[in-house]
Design a protein around this ligand. Structure first.
Ligand SMILES: Cc1cc2nc3c(=O)[nH]c(=O)nc-3n(C[C@H](O)[C@H](O)[C@H](O)COP(=O)(O)OP(=O)(O)OC[C@H]3O[C@@H](n4cnc5c(N)ncnc54)[C@H](O)[C@@H]3O)c2cc1C
Length: 460
């Protein structure tokens, strides 16, 4: 049977754009449908605007630090509208580049929502047109969770709305302890808001190394964020322009904004996956094999909608692997191990590889090297930030299996460290690399003493 397209891609985000461009460049007839704006979460309401907001918020502290270096800054003030205007102009520019790149590669881009009618047919909701395709790629991303069971949840906003605030709230309550909640806590704190963070567990950043979690948790508190743990919201009440959030521990928080950052769901609502016979797992993510193939052999899924490792570069690499396998005769499986990632907290976190606990579980015997110190730049300022660096080594062959950094430029440092880890570098390789002095990163190659957990320290 002749189809309208060789490939139909649903979603022009990080993964969908990469896959459609490569497939089109390989000669396939490709159409991509995007219901919002090309670029997806990362460009429009994720990584990019988030990082611009981090930059904006860091200048406040930089101004204070400058005094330690002899500068006097008179009359400095922050204009939120001016910043937001500039940021959104840049987002618009980037979104335009995404759209142009898709079209320049020879793919068709339609501004419409696509839903399955049957395994080979999609309906474009705005135009009402039906199209058929030989292969279909689901690249619809994820969407913020809004817990319906909380009374008054309609008064809360999500990370999507944080990029459209007209002003910086005087007080903001943030619910969640994952990286998005932590990043916005830092941003709002840096921009001068009073921040309360409500989290259901004891320490933020579940899934990260325990030392990283504790370090970030303590830094948040030291910077003035009120962290309320072991609590969940039960009810949000609006009175005039302010909100009172009642918590499960009988406390309450009154603020001018309530941000829910309690996770993201795979974006499959209304997509008609059942009509196509595509299976989902218990969390609603599209089930795929290592080639991103779903339960239906000609339908594939990549990126956040598959809930494997929800990061932009991962969605891009999964999209690339799919296009290479299906359209370039180059079967490719993306390796999800040792993907570096960051939390743009203040100070930021950079991680590659396994946590100490996971490495211990996986390999049994491991060596740990860690150090905490005040960075040189802070010595002349009132900044009390500490850097944490930790290297996790498999004892058997001394291979470095995890590196964890909290401190200035941690994401930049970890990107290059990830090359060494991916190559299988040993602790001895780190040790024989000469230090670059003076830098924060030099500590990575000068840590010599194994960390001995207190319970193993000989009692004198
Ligand atoms: C606040 C925030 C900060 C983040 N920060 C980082 C970071 O610092 N680093 C990092 O690596 N990752 C970060 N991420 C995660 C990153 O944005 C995602 O992992 C990435 O965008 C996933 O790409 P994707 O292609 O799977 O989906 P997306 O980029 O979300 O693209 C999916 C697209 O599909 C469209 N779509 C959905 N359904 C349909 C339909 N039926 N028809 C047509 N179009 C449809 C959507 O409109 C969207 O444009 C962040 C996310 C958030 C929310």
């Amino acid at each position: 049977m002749a189809y309208d397209y060789d490939l139909f891609v649903i979603g022009a985000g990080s993964g969908g754009v990469r896959a459609s461009r490569l497939a089109a460049m390989a000669g396939a007839k490709v159409c991509v449908a995007e219901e919002h704006r090309p670029g997806g979460t990362c460009v429009i309401r994720g990584c990019i605007p988030k990082k611009y907001m981090v930059y904006a918020s860091e200048f406040g502290r930089a101004l204070k630090d400058m005094e330690g270096y002899g500068w006097t800054v008179d009359g400095a003030r922050y204009d939120h509208t001016a910043f937001m205007d500039r940021m959104h102009r840049e987002i618009e520019r980037l979104s335009g580049i995404y759209a142009r790149n898709v079209r320049n590669a020879g793919a068709e881009l339609v501004h419409d929502r696509a839903e399955f009618v049957d395994p080979h047919t999609l309906e474009l909701k705005k135009s009402g047109k039906r199209v058929t395709a030989d292969k279909i790629l689901i690249a619809t991303g994820s969407w913020p969770v809004m817990p319906k069971e909380i009374e008054g949840i309609e008064h809360a906003i999500t990370s999507n709305d944080m990029f459209h605030l007209e002003d910086v709230p005087k007080r903001i309550a943030i619910v969640g302890g994952g990286y998005i909640a932590i990043e916005f806590a830092g941003i709002m704190n840096g921009l001068g808001a009073e921040v309360s963070l409500v989290y259901r567990r004891a320490t933020v950043l579940r899934g990260f190394d325990e030392d990283v979690r504790t370090h970030v948790h303590e830094e948040l508190k030291r910077k003035g964020v009120t962290v309320i743990t072991h609590a969940t919201p039960t009810r949000i009440e609006k009175a005039g322009a302010q909100f009172t959030m009642h918590l499960s521990n009988d406390e309450s928080v009154t603020s001018d904004r309530v941000l829910m950052a309690v996770g993201r769901d795979p974006h499959t609502k209304g997509l008609g996956l059942d009509k196509a016979g595509v299976k989902r797992d218990e969390d609603g993510a599209v089930e795929v094999d290592e080639y991103s193939r779903t339960s239906v052999p000609h339908i594939f899924a990549i990126g956040d909608v598959t809930n494997r490792l929800n990061l932009t570069p991962v969605a891009i690499r999964e999209g690339q692997a799919f296009a290479q396998t299906e359209f370039m005769n180059l079967p490719t499986v993306f390796d999800h191990a040792d993907v570096p990632h960051a939390v743009f907290a203040q100070p930021p976190v950079g991680v590659v590889g396994l946590t100490e606990a996971d490495a211990r579980k996986k390999f049994g015997k491991i060596d740990v090297y860690k150090t905490r110190f005040r960075p040189m730049k802070a010595m002349l300022t009132e900044d009390e930030d500490r850097v944490l660096m930790k290297i996790v080594v498999r004892a058997e062959d001394q291979r470095v299996v995890g590196v964890h950094i909290v401190g200035p430029d941690a994401p930049e440092i970890i990107q290059t460290t990830a090359i060494a880890v991916k190559m299988g570098a040993s602790k001895a390789d780190f040790d024989r690399t000469c230090a670059l002095h003076p830098s924060i990163a030099e500590e990575l190659v000068t840590m010599r003493e194994k960390f001995v957990p207190p319970e193993l320290t000989p009692v004198e």
